[in-house]
Each structure stands twice: as structure tokens, then as C-alpha cells.
Design a protein around this ligand. Structure first.
Ligand code: SF4
Ligand SMILES: [Zn+2]
Length: 137
């Protein structure tokens, strides 16, 4: 059974490694969160998993940006934990905004999803630095 919003799930993209959403280490969890934070159907996803997990104590994996323990806390208290998106840690410097080559490279480095603006910036970057005369026509 596939809900219609699932087709828009970022974690279904071929460049997403499902292991990130089911990892126990902080790095994988951080990566999964950074995808969830950009996912257009995060609200539907979280609502769906909260319904599915109703009454269970053990909740695994990251859904809608929340880990299992966070979803349990949400269910128990009715208060949604603040998104703890630690992606893009920059040691004090603001991260490069999307739509730049630097942001595109960061997405790759941090295993974040690439977006349209960054892909365009990267394509422009590559075109600019391609040696003159190497193109066809
Ligand atoms: S919010 Fe996260 S887990 Fe849910 S569909 Fe989007 S990427 Fe997947
Ligand atoms: Zn970007």
C-alpha cells in the first residue's frame, strides 16, 4: 500500500541511502535528518508514522526528522520535540546558501540531498571552468 505522498518522499530518491534512516550512529542520523528537513512531505510522513506506531514502545529509524525516542516523547507528552537539525555545522561561519557551488559541494560532502538551485549552480560552475575549445560545435 503506497500513500500518494510517498512518491514525493526524498528518502525514495535513488541517491538516498536507506541505511541513513535506520542507522544508530549520529552521523547517519544527522544525514537522515538533513534530508527530512528538506522533504516536501515531512508532515504527512510524521503523521503517518505516529499513527502506525500508536501504542508501541519501540520506535526505530528516523521519520519526519524525528528519531524513535523523540517520537515516543512526542506521543507521551503531546509536545513535538524541536527539530534538532545539526546538519551544516560550520564552526561559526554561516553555511553557503543554496544556489552556490560551495553549497552544492557541501551537500555532496554531508550526503545532503541536492536541490534544483544548487544543481544549476554546479552546472554553471562546470561550464565556466571547462577548458576553452573542449566543447563540441
Ligand atoms: S520526512 Fe524523512 S523519512 Fe519521511 S518521507 Fe521525507 S525523507 Fe523520508
Ligand atoms: Zn542546495
Amino acid at each position: 500500500m503506497t500513500e500518494s505522498w510517498e512518491r514525493l518522499a526524498l528518502c525514495r530518491r535513488p541517491d538516498a541511502d536507506p541505511a541513513w534512516w535506520h542507522s544508530v550512529g549520529n552521523k547517519g542520523i544527522r544525514t537522515a535528518r538533513s534530508w527530512c528537513a528538506r522533504c516536501p512531505v515531512a508532515e504527512q510522513c510524521l503523521a503517518y508514522v505516529m499513527r502506525m506506531e500508536e501504542g508501541t514502545r519501540h520506535r526505530y529509524g528516523v521519520y519526519g526528522g524525528l528519531t524513535g525516542p523523540e517520537r515516543r516523547q512526542y506521543a507521551d507528552t503531546g509536545v513535538r520535540p524541536a527539530p534538532n537539525d545539526t546538519a551544516g555545522r560550520t564552526h561559526g561561519r554561516p553555511p553557503s546558501p543554496c544556489g552556490t557551488e560551495a553549497a552544492y559541494q557541501r551537500h555532496l560532502r554531508e550526503h545532503e540531498p541536492t536541490d534544483e538551485a544548487c544543481r544549476r549552480a554546479h552546472a554553471a560552475h562546470v561550464a565556466h571552468y571547462r577548458p576553452a575549445g573542449s566543447g563540441r560545435s
